[in-house]
Unconditional design. Structure first.
Length: 628
């Protein structure tokens, strides 16, 4: 193709400019600030192209003819004399450049160019670097030899780089555009937030600025400007938003910090994690306070409540080839032989994929009855995944928040009927290498014809995309070196009654999820023992309800202060108080706490709390009561 190009007489009606900085001594002045460059060499994939028409320079940008080059790279060129617009099309990408316009269209999006196309001596000149790079080519300038080297991207020959991966509130997105870093600041296209973040929207304004709306806040970004309008107030920042390939790139750290959230960019993995709290959680965080607390007592009484049992799949937590040598495996299982008409289950899981490859994990139910069909009368839950190390935050807190707020999502498996001998998948998800998955699903099962149901609940894994319903082996062996829980227990709720607290007496504190409550979910009393079980002293996946009786004989209104703090290491979770759920940020043991107040008007009242621990954190948590 290039040899053919050399033979062509380049008398093209359309000539394109090469954007290239740097002056040369071999140039001749013309008019309108344009210079002729006679000593520039143009190479395409190592072969030199002979340019018959003058090569020009304007404002330190090089200009040269390009129609024949477009033909050489397999691009079609079309000229509209009425609009003075040249259109180039290569591999489905289209660029429109118009004479004297500083704006081009790239695949229909407006994009700024560095130098406007122009007419010189009845010839049309337009920017080459812009065109080449927007048609997936690469341009390099060698000042020592005054040579332009152009490499054309051939999808069949050029190895593809790993894509950029973006996580927006636990949604995993394979990006079509790159994450751009400028002066140690990261930028992403704004539409990744509008497309994947709840309660968000975006639109281009008439002045070519972009408005981003998230959870009631408005940001207006303008190309090349470090002024941002936030709810119509101008704010000057260090970063400058910019337009690239029709996308408004925004300074993502600034946006996340303004909204309230966390961001982490792992550049070597090309992965960015964005968490916007007001769009991620239903509840607000309690404010953290600092100070020491006294040593708490064990909870004096605790008992199981309710008819929803709990199956925990958390061992092996680290999924490795040593622990899972085969292609398919059962991680946990629970053989159910119920007696009630409707049987309620909670399946809680927590696993880290260290297998070096993506795997599929699912929850399945096998109907082991020979005569009675069963029906999934209700199924709802939440599944969160992260390759981050903030698993207590982006997985554990999300699960706790959704559970206490009654925001578990209805599953498509609701209404599924499972015939005798049949197995069906209730939930399934893909798990990527080095990712943690956490899930909590409440599933209700009932007999279709009023008979005696009999079924097996499993969490299963396949490395080879096998049919999950075919995996019916016993659970893999327990990882004895990592004491994470596995088993099934009669209830997913614990009640604890504190001794009555009398106002104006000294502060009292009690540990929960340890000591005298450890006997409720032990290895020995697990309902599932196949191939091993381990107790759940941290009560992961459970609702923990606390009742605090209060006595006030003073005859006046008293303010009771309740404090929560970690006592076994870093702690976080969610707490419901007076019907409102709040999130507990990560608390360092015995030195950080959160608190809330209760107005007591009568002589005898009761404070009711409900808690859920965020998985991935240390336990226990201590609850303190005192008079303000």
């Amino acid at each position: 193709m290039l040899n053919k190009l050399k033979a062509l007489s380049v008398v093209a009606t359309v000539i394109f400019a090469f954007i290239l900085s740097g002056q040369t001594s071999a140039s001749a002045a013309t008019d309108k600030g344009i210079q002729i460059r006679n000593n520039v060499t143009i190479n395409i994939d190592g072969e030199t192209i002979q340019i018959k028409d003058p090569i020009l320079n304007k404002s330190d940008f090089l200009l040269l003819p390009m129609r024949a080059l477009y033909e050489a790279i397999g691009a079609n060129v079309d000229w509209n004399n009425e609009t003075q617009t040249a259109t180039a099309n290569r591999n489905g990408k289209v660029i429109n450049l118009t004479i004297d316009s500083m704006t081009a269209l790239v695949d229909g999006y407006e994009v700024s160019v560095d130098v406007a196309p122009l007419i010189y001596k009845e010839r049309t000149y337009m920017p080459l670097r812009f065109v080449t790079e927007n048609l997936d080519g690469n341009v390099n300038w060698d000042p020592s030899t005054q040579t332009v080297n152009i490499l054309l991207d051939d999808p069949a020959e050029i190895p593809q780089e790993d894509p950029y991966i973006l996580h927006v509130n636990n949604k995993r997105i394979v990006m079509s555009e790159p994450i751009v870093t400028k002066q140690s600041r990261s930028y992403i296209p704004a539409d990744y937030l509008t497309d994947y973040l709840d309660n968000s929207a975006g639109n281009w304004l008439p002045d070519k600025s972009f408005e981003l709306q998230i959870a009631g806040m408005s940001f207006v970004f303008k190309d090349g400007s470090n002024n941002v309008l936030i709810n119509n107030e101008s704010v000057t920042i260090e970063e400058q938003s910019f337009i690239q390939k029709g996308k408004m790139y925004i300074p993502i750290t600034f946006v996340v910090n303004t909204l309230g959230g966390n961001l982490r960019y792992i550049s070597e993995k090309r992965e960015m994690y964005i968490y916007v709290y007001r769009a991620m959680y239903t509840s607000d965080f309690l404010e953290k306070s600092f100070g020491s607390t006294s040593y708490p007592q064990p909870v004096p009484s605790a008992r199981l409540e309710g008819d929803r049992d709990l199956m925990v799949s958390d061992n092996p937590e680290n999924l490795t080839h040593d622990l899972l040598p085969k292609s398919n495996a059962t991680l946990a299982q629970y053989h159910v032989t119920p007696t009630s008409a409707t049987n309620k289950h909670r399946i809680f899981g927590w696993h880290l994929n260290k297998l070096g490859e993506a795997v599929n994990i699912g929850i399945t139910i096998e109907n082991t009855s020979s005569s009675e069909s069963i029906k999934v009368s209700s199924a709802k839950g939440i599944t969160q995944m992260s390759g981050n190390n903030w698993v207590g935050h982006d997985i554990g807190l999300s699960i706790a928040d959704a559970t206490l707020n009654g925001k578990l999502k209805k599953s498509d498996s609701t209404g599924v009927v499972i015939a005798p001998g049949e197995t069906k998948v209730i939930e399934t998800f893909e798990m990527f290498p080095d990712y943690v998955v956490g899930f909590l699903h409440d599933i209700d099962i009932q007999a279709v014809n009023g008979g005696s149901p009999d079924y097996m609940i499993r969490t299963v894994l396949t490395k080879t995309n096998s049919d999950l319903t075919k995996i019916k082996t016993d659970a893999v062996a327990i990882d004895e070196y990592a004491k994470h829980p596995r088993g099934a227990w009669p209830s997913a709720t614990i009640l604890a009654d504190f001794p009555a607290y009398t106002v104006d007496t000294p502060e009292v504190g009690y540990n929960i999820s340890n000591g005298r409550t450890d006997h409720l979910q032990t290895t020995e009393n697990s309902l599932s023992q196949i191939n091993g079980a381990l107790g759940n002293p941290g009560h992961f996946g459970m609702n923990y309800k606390v009742s605090i009786p209060l006595i006030n004989d003073t005859g006046s209104t008293k303010t009771i202060k309740v404090k929560l703090t970690g006592r076994g290491g870093l702690y976080s979770g969610a707490v419901k108080f007076n019907g409102k759920v709040s999130l507990v940020p990560s608390l360092r043991s015995s030195s950080e706490y959160v608190e809330f107040e209760y107005k007591m008007k009568g002589s005898s009242e009761k404070i009711e709390l409900e808690l859920m621990h965020a998985g991935g954190v240390n336990l226990p948590v201590a609850i303190y009561v005192e008079t303000k």
